[in-house]
Write a protein that binds this ligand. Structure first.
Ligand code: PLP
Length: 394
């Protein structure tokens, strides 16, 4: 566990100056798909700050909505109704129908925790089946569903009753989904932290079918893939799935902290007072989310993301064609969630790209992950693809 450093040269007091994850930049401003550091250097933010800045940075509509709401009402707990929250609940219902109930919280891990608690209460079973390679968050319940030992080991023992099945292994899935003990199946549609790995639609359909047969809730974690990121409003729409529970966060608030668990009134065996959050559903974050959802709709960003993503994937595949099988293992993804799997560590490439003004993410040791804002113009994406290919082949 890192502790706050007191060194005056430490750029941010929340970090240990020696932490390997620190990138050596102090960012002070953003505009569209770009962020700027203290020296005014500009970087194309192909991280969207972990997929959060769906509209890019300082989008005028989002800035206006937050400013307006901050002058009206920022805090309003769940025992009172609120206009901004009501609007958001209506918007989410329209997007996720027939899911019509929502627990609003402040992060992705809380949305997953809510799914875990919901499944326990409504099925009476505590068992959870997740996938090998999964990332669902870092609080103890979500961490128990998360797969990699890098995230888990320092915090053992985690919750009992969690099993991980390899995506695609239907025989193992059939064994793991135990009709007596399992209450919840939980999966990402494209595993993000796990290496930008799409999970096959056929496998997910089989999981959904088994869940229905055995009275198990079928949940999708759309914290990273949701809100247009993959070129559909939600990743599960690519496969025509009908989840019982959907976890959302990241892009939903466009930079303000909000998460949501969507479920169905008919499946609601849970007394609403049995779970809650002081900040969850606060009017300020709801106003931000309303503005994100409205802007995505009015600017046609879901369709734009589908097209831009397909174009960027083709551009990268063409530029890296000669490296496939040698320095590059795979180029994959959907919409603006793209992974380039290398044969060696991606860290040096990530560093060189930063020196050239492009911020990208890792996803495991050898995968470079691109999550640019949905608003990024094609010219900037093309430059990103070209720079990445140059740095990979250097
Ligand atoms: N689920 C998925 C698929 C994620 O990618 C993440 C974060 O990266 C989480 C859950 C946890 O979200 P948060 O960091 O907001 O708690």
């Amino acid at each position: 566990m890192t502790t706050a450093s007191t060194a005056s040269s430490t750029p941010t007091p929340a970090l240990d100056a020696n932490w390997a994850g620190f990138r050596g930049l102090e960012l002070v401003r953003g505009e569209g798909p770009y962020v700027f550091d203290t020296e005014g250097r500009r970087f194309l933010d192909a991280t969207s700050m972990y997929g959060v800045a769906a509209l890019g940075h300082a989008h005028p509509a989002l800035a206006r909505a937050v400013a307006h709401q901050s002058g009206r009402l920022t805090s309003c707990f769940a025992s009172f109704a609120n206009d901004a929250r009501n609007e958001l609940l209506g918007r989410l219902h329209t997007l996720l129908d027939p899911l019509d109930r929502f627990f609003l919280c402040n992060s992705g891990t809380e949305a997953v925790e809510a799914a875990l608690k919901f499944a326990r209460r409504s099925t009476g079973r505590a068992g959870v089946v997740a996938l090998a390679g999964a990332f669902h968050g870092r609080t103890l319940g979500s961490l128990s569903a998360t797969f990699r030992s890098k995230h888990r080991d320092a915090f053992q023992p985690l919750l009992p009753g969690f099993a991980h099945v390899r995506a695609g292994d239907t025989a193992a899935l059939e064994r793991a989904l135990d009709a007596d003990g399992t209450g919840l199946f939980l999966a990402e549609i494209i595993q993000g932290e796990g290496g930008v790995r799409p999970v096959s639609g056929a496998f997910l359909h089989r999981a959904q079918e088994l869940c229905r047969e055995r009275g198990i809730l079928f949940a999708v974690d759309e914290v990273q893939t949701g809100i247009g990121r993959t070129g559909r409003w939600f990743g599960f729409r690519h496969h025509g799935l009908e989840p019982d529970l959907v976890c959302l966060a990241k892009g939903l608030g466009g930079g303000l902290p909000i998460g949501a668990l969507a479920f169905r009134a008919a499946a609601d065996a849970v007394d609403l007072g049995s779970h809650g959050s002081t900040f969850g559903g606060n009017p300020l974050c709801c106003a931000a989310a309303n503005s994100v959802l409205e802007t995505i709709e009015t600017e046609g960003l879901v369709e734009q993301t589908a097209q831009a993503g397909a174009r960027l994937l083709a551009h990268l595949r063409q530029l890296l064609a000669n490296e496939l099988g040698t320095r590059v293992r795979d180029v994959r993804g959907q919409g603006l969630m793209i992974g380039v799997e290398l044969a060696a560590s991606g860290v040096p490439v990530q560093k060189r790209l930063q020196d050239r003004g492009f911020l990208v993410l890792g996803a495991g040791p050898r995968v470079l992950r691109l999550l640019p804002p949905l608003t990024t113009p094609w010219e900037a994406l093309e430059e990103l693809g070209t720079a990445l290919a140059e740095e990979v082949t250097r």
